[in-house]
Design a protein around this ligand. Sequence first.
Ligand SMILES: Cc1cc2nc3c(=O)[nH]c(=O)nc-3n(C[C@H](O)[C@H](O)[C@H](O)COP(=O)(O)OP(=O)(O)OC[C@H]3O[C@@H](n4cnc5c(N)ncnc54)[C@H](O)[C@@H]3O)c2cc1C
Length: 501
Amino acid sequence: MPDYDVTVIGAGNAGLSAAAYLARKGIRTLLLEKHNIPGGCATSFCRGRFEFEVALHQLSGMGTTERPGPLRGILDGLGVLDQLEFVQMEDLYRVVLPGEIDVTLPADKNEMVKILQKQFPSEKEGIREYIDFVYKFFTEVIGAFYMNDPAISREKYPMYFKYALTNTQTVMDMFIKDPRLQMALSMYWTYMGLPPRLLSFSDMAALLFSYLEFKPFHIKGGSQALSSALLNQFQSHGGKSLFNTRVEKILMQKDAVAGVVTESGEEITSRYVISNASAISTYVNMLGKDNTPDVLKKQMKGSTIGPSFFTIYAGFDAEPEELGINSETSFLCASSDIERDFQQAKLRDVDNSSMIMSCYDVADPEFSPPGTSQAAIVTLKYAEPWLRVDPHRYAEEKYRCADILLKRAEKTYPGITSHIEEMEIATPVTHMRYLGHPGGGAYGFDQHVKDSNLFVSPKPPVKGLYCCGAWYDSGGFQPTLTSGASSARAILKEMRSGEVA
Ligand SMILES: Cc1cc2nc3c(=O)[nH]c(=O)nc-3n(C[C@H](O)[C@H](O)[C@H](O)COP(=O)(O)OP(=O)(O)OC[C@H]3O[C@@H](n4cnc5c(N)ncnc54)[C@H](O)[C@@H]3O)c2cc1C
């Protein structure tokens, strides 16, 4: 029977980063992935002459060589920093609500404040005060939470204690009145999947701080280049990987994990298992009800599955300038009512859905073949309404929805539809199929204030079982890559202390 020190289930960002980290430390590690390529969400696919980026719109936490962000250090530690080329984006995003607002926010704190003050002169002071508040608050979060201050106290971190679990809407209301301005400042709610009313201020502050301070980035060759580089690191340090291999069961011996069973029935033993699969498949399907601690069952009962996406991947026979696209990331809004926008995510219809349009070729003209460009047009959607579509009508329904979104995108970028050379459409059902996650949730569970990552326990739920990725921490590239490396570090620490023998 094959035996390893660690078995990693799933080759998403977190699984890959955990596996690469362990192999580089000489730990005998096996990586099992049900799909035929590494990456999970962090992948690409080809249609015609285009290689479409599946997920990565903006990479957070990178920073520059002169002012490195936390992710840069992690990628360096995983041995992939030098093997990849990162493309810095100049803007956070453009926000367009036809007839009401059209503003592009640069990825620079002071410049962003100036531009917003010009557009909203009556809110001049509130804009400056809100951004200063975000910075002051997040500086306390870094000290208290990320640096793990052992002498943490309310006196030392007053803002952290007061606002970490306050919702974003409450804090914005203290400074900003105009709903259009609130919308422009909080578009990143879509990167967490919950509107400001339900999103903790610490999550919103983390996004704004991270993208403003460490700039948004893209990767040459797309997120697949990162996934392949991590896999190469893993394999070149002796790691063994098996693709097209779904794990069916996590084996237990007494009260500790003992290995896994694959879908072909093969048993593999290992002292540790890291799962990058969803919490539901890890605990309910693989570990089983009887082995899952009651506290976890209770926690999952109180959680809801987060949103997935409806995405149009469009390859154009023209470069961005010909299409009038001059911002990498555009939020094309349907209204300034964010609450209404969020409710739209629960419907299949897209008539009133806001969307994010990312055109990677703006920052990286070599992203698509010469003379062409590509864009991902994405709107948040929960899976449930899509699961009710009659399978015979599924293809027709997704093209119908795509048509509506494209017509709306035409209002900001006239003529783009006539330049589409290739097009593919993904629904929540597509993400369910490829990732194996319930609801196709790329961010895991809904991140309500009570589910904030401030409460994530570093302790393994079962002896020897570590879980990493969007279902256990926060979604997004930076958090999941960090989460995988943290699981690997925790295992190394435990191995060194000889706790699990
Ligand atoms: C359209 C879209 C746009 C996005 N845009 C951004 C963005 O701009 N910026 C950002 O930071 N984030 C973005 N995200 C979110 C980000 O991509 C995800 O949160 C992150 O990649 C999830 O990583 P993960 O480690 O949790 O694993 P996942 O990517 O969820 O991968 C899990 C892996 O486990 C495998 N697996 C599952 N079950 C099993 C099993 N039983 N056996 C073996 N293998 C199994 C799956 O096949 C998969 O490969 C986006 C996501 C999508 C879909």
